[in-house]
Design a protein around this ligand. Structure first.
Ligand code: AP5
Length: 216
């Protein structure tokens, strides 16, 4: 596709031109965020199933799992809910490792990353996608999955597989507000769009529809 015998500069020029003209298509990078227990994974799984039936494929990636694999290997934690209690600098190092691992995945595949806009740590909110993570991921879209804080509280209480932080509806509402604020910064930095997907009780299909509409 690229003529032979060109200088490196000329080859880069050709590749950029092909990308700009749609000859080479880069995959879509979509980051899905939301407070713990809002139903990110549930909505993502539903959307993947729907899209697979339409022949659209995405590689689902869980950012926390990338971090957990490294943290477990270093004997830092025994379960994923302990990670947000680690020192800020350790969490930042784990974020960096996860971001590099994800960035190393194929550039032309569509990727959907299940993660957090911000993480509630004992010393305050930690940005889930700080500059060094964004630079690696460069998302096209950041999705915020949200619902009413009372519903999130009930979902957390009903999920015995996890060690959730005990907090009330007001604290959950504040966390959702902070997530919107920090997502605005992500949009400013990368030029990505921000999509809000509601995942209400009894209306999961509507949330899935909404996510599918931006993934197609
Ligand atoms: P991760 O495992 O991603 O954390 P999480 O948010 O706690 O994930 P969950 O899977 O528990 O929540 P979910 O929102 O996916 O809800 P689910 O679909 O399961 O990350 C673990 C850790 O990694 C983090 O705590 C953090 O330390 C670290 N981490 C990750 N990214 C990071 C980053 N960028 N920077 C720093 N650290 C990072 O659903 C929950 C329940 O609700 C289920 O029972 C489900 O059946 C139910 N439900 C869902 N939808 C509905 C509905 N519409 N109606 C009724 N019930 C519903």
């Amino acid at each position: 596709m690229i003529p032979k015998g060109l200088t490196l500069q000329a080859r880069i020029y050709f590749i950029l031109n092909y990308i700009l003209n749609g000859v080479i298509k880069l995959g879509k990078k979509v980051v899905v965020t939301g407070v713990p227990g809002v139903g990110k994974t549930t909505v993502i799984n539903g959307a993947m199933e729907r899209l697979a039936a339409e022949g659209v494929s995405y590689e689902p990636v869980n950012f926390g799992t990338f971090m957990f694999d490294v943290a477990k290997k270093e004997n830092l934690v025994s379960n994923r809910d302990e990670m947000r209690k680690l020192g800020k600098d350790v969490q930042k190092r784990l974020q960096q490792a996860a971001a590099s691992g994800i960035a190393a995945m194929s550039g032309d595949a569509n990727i959907i990353v299940d993660t957090h806009s911000s993480v509630k740590t004992p010393t305050g909110f930690l940005a889930g996608l700080p500059e060094w993570v964004l630079r690696e991921l460069m998302p096209d879209i950041v999705v915020l999955v949200e619902t009413d804080p009372d519903q999130i509280l009930m979902r957390r209480l009903g999920d015995e597989s996890r060690t959730r932080d005990m907090e009330g509806s007001r604290a959950i509402a504040e966390h959702q507000e902070f997530n919107r604020a920090v997502a605005a910064a992500y949009a400013m930095y990368t030029g990505c769009t921000i999509k809000i997907v509601r995942n209400e009780n009894f209306l999961l299909e509507q949330g899935i529809d909404d996510l599918v509409s931006v993934l197609r």
